[in-house]
Design a protein around this ligand. Structure first.
Ligand SMILES: CC(=O)N[C@H]1[C@@H](OP(=O)(O)OP(=O)(O)OC[C@H]2O[C@@H](n3ccc(=O)[nH]c3=O)[C@H](O)[C@@H]2O)O[C@H](CO)[C@@H](O)[C@@H]1O
Ligand SMILES: C=C(OP(=O)(O)O)C(=O)O
Length: 429
């Protein structure tokens, strides 16, 4: 199994290109199921999750082409995918694939909308909590679907197609909002989704659906109104930049010191996180071609942060912030309100000499003067990159094991960091 080796203590200076967002690319690829025309997606990141979803969609009958590959596009240029769901040959998404990635469960919405039936394994994904699917089932039942759970599969069907409905989520859920939205665009009549998640990736999918001919109002707000249409067409859409990757590298720069342009990043997608980084002593400078992050000389200041749905501080940056706060001049408090078990990185950060106390959903981090490199184990996607951030600032060598977690969501991580001066490489095998 691959490992990442880091020799810490080097500031980061230079440019890091920000990739397309994983959490937008996946539902956008799934939206291809809604039309028998071709959906072209630009700026798709090269990630293990994207490759896995290509397989899942391929099993359903979606033809996924990578035109750039034929034209000799380099591994570094943004990837374009051409997806054609002209003929859906299967409506089952199997356990062995869906259990590896949460977002693959979301095929249930478009399959129901277009085919009137779906049989999708209960999902997996990062082990950060129980992650139930009751809100998805509630939304699909409101739209007229009949749902049964059989042998670990959600089996959904409609008689005469989905019908528009009022859906009021009792809790904000990104995946349930994606699913309700993608199911509603082909339903008969009007659907109103209240207490919808407002994450920018949902807005990106909605914009693409509108290009495909969907009628959606309220994009970017917590109330989405959808007027169903009988058919959607093909379209071309570029995936928005990855705000979590942006925030991750911003925290890495805040940790090591230095001056980096996050090329292509959009500051308005992560204002809450940039505010926190500002409080911590980093300078965030919006630029024409991205966002510059700088920390020269000054120490890291402690912060108090609570994770919240967008536009609040994202849970997907909680582990990275915790890594940064291990080196703060004082005590920080981080409260995780989205997932009940998203502190797996705490015991690994302790291997570097970090001092962190856990009390339920609250972590108290007492900053230390230095971290020391250590062998550590990645436990989930964002937890694993927090170990990389700690390793970049630690004295001596760090070895991060189980880097397949990182490969799910960070494109060319070692190259991006080493080009800015980090001493980091991958040991294969
Ligand atoms: C692929 C993708 O985009 N993943 C993101 C998505 O995950 P995901 O869509 O799984 O996260 P949700 O927004 O659904 O989860 C938020 C909370 O709602 C709960 N819940 C969710 C559904 C449900 O039916 N019942 C229920 O109780 C979850 O357990 C969690 O406590 O949003 C999370 C929150 O921003 C991010 O951390 C993930 O990176
Ligand atoms: C938790 C994440 O992914 P998933 O929802 O696929 O587990 C993530 O992207 O941080």
């Amino acid at each position: 199994m691959d490992r990442i080796r880091i020799r810490g203590g080097h500031p980061l200076n230079g440019t890091i290109p920000i990739s397309g967002a994983k959490n937008a690319a996946l539902p956008l690829m799934i939206a291809s199921l809604l039309t028998d025309d071709i959906l072209i997606l630009d700026n798709v990141p090269r990630l293990a999750d994207v490759a896995l979803l290509q397989r899942i969609l391929g099993n359903l009958g979606v033809d996924v082409m990578v035109p750039g590959r034929r034209a000799g596009g380099s591994e570094e240029s943004p990837q374009t995918l051409q997806l054609s769901a002209r003929a859906i040959v299967d409506t089952t998404a199997p356990y062995d694939l869906v259990s590896r990635m949460r977002a693959s469960f979301w095929v249930i919405g478009p399959l129901l909308g277009r085919m009137g039936e779906a049989r999708v394994s209960l999902p997996g994904g990062c082990a950060i909590g129980t992650r139930p699917v009751d809100l998805y089932i509630y939304a699909l039942e409101r739209l007229g679907a009949k749902i049964d759970i059989e042998s670990g599969y959600v089996v959904a069907s409609t008689k005469g197609g989905l019908r528009g409905a009022e859906i009021e989520f009792p809790k904000v859920s990104v995946g349930a909002t994606h699913t309700a939205l993608m199911a509603a665009v082909l339903a008969q009549g009007e659907t109103v989704i209240r207490n919808a998640a407002r994450e920018p990736e949902i807005g990106d999918v909605a914009q693409c659906l509108i290009k495909m001919g969907a009628h959606i109002e309220g994009v970017g707000t917590s109330t989405l109104t959808i007027r169903g249409v009988p058919r959607l067409t093909g379209a071309r859409h570029a995936v928005l930049p990855d705000r979590i990757e942006t925030g991750t590298y911003a925290m890495a720069v805040a940790m090591t010191g230095g001056d980096v342009l996050l090329e292509g990043a959009r500051a308005e997608l992560l204002q809450a996180a940039f505010e926190v980084l500002g409080q911590a002593g980093a300078e965030i400078i919006p630029a024409n071609d991205g966002v510059r992050v700088r920390r020269n000389g000054a120490g890291i200041l402690p912060v108090e942060v609570t994770t919240q749905p967008f536009p609040g501080f994202p849970t997907d940056l909680q582990a990275q912030l915790m890594a940064l706060m291990t080196r703060a001049d004082g005590t920080s408090v981080i409260t995780e309100t989205i997932f009940e078990n998203r502190f797996m990185h705490v015991q690994e950060l302790a291997r570097f000499g970090a001092r962190i106390q856990l009390d339920g959903e609250r972590a108290t981090i007492e900053g230390v003067a230095k971290l020391k490199g250590a062998p550590v184990m990645a436990t989930d996607l964002r937890a694993s990159v927090s170990l990389v951030i700690a390793g970049l600032a630690a004295e001596g060598e760090t070895l991060v094991h189980r880097v397949y977690h990182l490969d799910r969501g960070f494109e060319r991580l070692e190259q991006k960091l080493s080009r800015c001066g980090a001493d980091i490489d991958r040991i294969s095998g």
